[in-house]
Design a protein around this ligand. Structure first.
Ligand SMILES: Nc1ncnc2c1ncn2[C@@H]1O[C@H](COP(=O)(O)OP(=O)(O)OP(=O)(O)O)[C@@H](O)[C@H]1O
Ligand SMILES: [Mg+2]
Length: 443
């Protein structure tokens, strides 16, 4: 089972944490000087958007400085008072077995204060009396729940990561994975994730699963980005819901048409449901949904729509009985991906079709269909005719390259053709004439 790259490449030392140089430096300086001056703050609050490296920075610094890190997820505690008790226990000791301690209260804005409003002031007292540095982290430092806490902390902001920092990090990561990635493709992934390294790394892993090269065309569909976010959420609901109603609600949260949602589920079902019996059941549900969707479209019987929806969401969710839970990256529907990958090529063929059409009085599409294969054949087998042809048809350099098979697609086509056995290609194998010398030797 593949490991999520956010785990596999989770920074081990501070040097591995990308970006936010000033914030990292200030944090290290604060930890090193903790307790040396009464006037400095006893606790520190690292704040900033998700996926900017707050948690990994604390972990890396503790490792680098050889500190005993006690990590507490504030959002795990059922009440504020419970958190105070846990934190109180942790900060009561300055060191353990000679190692200085660092207490880290993560996800502070997820703290549950239900009724116990006094919990925060008790927590402040605990922090003020702490025998070791206390680090807090939150996305929003202005959250009213932690307002009074904030005044007792030194604030350090982690900003969204910049393109340059992300690019360097992703290039290193791609090299470690042995994947050849186009810079343009990486830039698009970075751009669409708004400085959130967690999502960036997750996307890169999703797009490169099962391939050794990532081009811009492979990620071009990211124009879907905003919708994609909810697609991933909706998919994980479909694959992990325990009840039909929960799974069914997945479809309400997405902003794409149901055909596309179907493609996503269909593509990912074999990856998510690894038990053969679960998979068979899920595929049956999908087949029923497909059948109904086709009927809805053909006959416009919209009353059947909910049935298709039930099958592709609840039907798939309820098929999961034996498959063990595991993290598996979602994959973009390959059918849609191949359409987007060939988009550039299709546009090129149509442009050449328009040039041929201008001379033959045909539409671009008809000219592309009827004549382009011949023009391409001539260009590839009689290169001496290319200059005349391109002048007559007014072709540009890129079109000539495409026709002569030097473009990426041309090379691919050549490879494909070479795989076709001679018999299929209609070429009759003729015995090679034996040279005179060989003939003599044979006799
Ligand atoms: N600056 C960074 N450099 C390298 N990797 C990063 C960085 N920021 C985040 N990551 C990646 O994202 C994952 C999550 O990072 P981290 O938990 O530190 O984010 P965070 O800022 O604490 O987010 P949240 O606010 O959601 O808790 C890490 O495991 C790592 O793979
Ligand atoms: Mg965090």
């Amino acid at each position: 089972m593949p490991l999520p790259w956010t785990t596999k490449y989770r920074p081990k030392t501070l040097a591995d944490v990308a970006g936010n140089a000033g914030a990292k430096e200030a944090f290290v300086a604060w930890v090193k000087s903790w307790g040396q001056s009464r006037s400095s703050k006893r606790a520190i609050l690292l704040h900033g958007p998700p996926g900017t490296g707050k948690t990994v920075t604390v972990e890396a610094v503790a490792r680098d400085l050889g500190l005993d890190l006690v990590e507490i997820d504030a959002s795990d505690s059922r009440t504020g008072d419970q958190l105070r008790k846990i934190a109180g226990g942790a900060v009561a000791q300055g060191e353990l077995f000679g190692r200085s301690r660092l207490v880290f209260l993560d996800e502070m804005d997820g703290i549950n204060l239900a009724q116990d409003t006094g919990a925060i002031s008790a927590l402040i007292e605990t922090i003020e009396d702490a025998k070791c540095p206390v680090v807090l982290a939150a996305n929003d430092p202005w959250d009213p729940k932690i307002r009074s806490l904030r005044d007792h902390c030194l604030l350090i902001e982690f900003r969204r990561l910049g393109v340059r920092d992300c690019l360097m990090y992703l290039k290193k990561l791609s090299a470690s994975e042995g994947i050849d990635t186009d810079e343009q493709a990486l830039r698009l992934i970075i751009d669409r994730n708004n400085g959130d390294m967690r999502s960036i790394v997750n996307d890169l892993q999703t797009f490169t699963t099962g391939r050794k090269k990532l081009t811009y065309a492979d990620v071009g569909w990211l124009a879907w980005r905003d919708r994609k976010e909810s697609i991933f959420d909706a998919l994980s609901k479909v694959f992990s819901s325990k009840t039909c109603a929960q799974a069914r609600r997945a479809a309400d949260t997405i902003d794409i048409d149901l055909d596309m949602f179907f493609e996503w589920i269909y593509e990912n079902t074999p990856l998510q449901l690894t038990d053969p019996q679960d998979l068979a059941k899920a595929m049956e549900a999908l087949a029923r949904a497909d059948l109904v969707l086709a009927r809805v479209k053909r006959r416009q019987v919209w009353q059947l729509f909910p049935f298709a929806l039930d099958q592709m969401t609840a039907g798939v969710a309820m098929s999961r009985e034996r498959t063990k839970p595991a993290w598996v990256p979602m994959r973009f529907p390959s059918r849609i991906m191949s359409l987007s990958r060939t988009k550039k090529e299709r546009a090129m063929r149509l442009q050449i079709g328009a040039k041929i059409g201008a001379k033959t009085h045909l539409s671009s599409r008809a000219a592309e269909k009827q004549f382009l294969p011949y023009v391409s054949f001539i260009s590839q087998n009689k290169p001496e005719m290319i200059p005349g042809l391109s002048e007559w048809l007014d072709l540009d350099e890129e079109m000539v390259q495409y026709l002569s098979g030097n473009g990426a697609k041309g090379a691919e086509e050549k490879k494909e053709k070479s795989k076709i056995p001679a018999k299929v290609k209609g070429v009759r194998k003729v015995a090679k004439p034996v040279s005179g010398r060989k003939k003599a030797a044979a006799s």
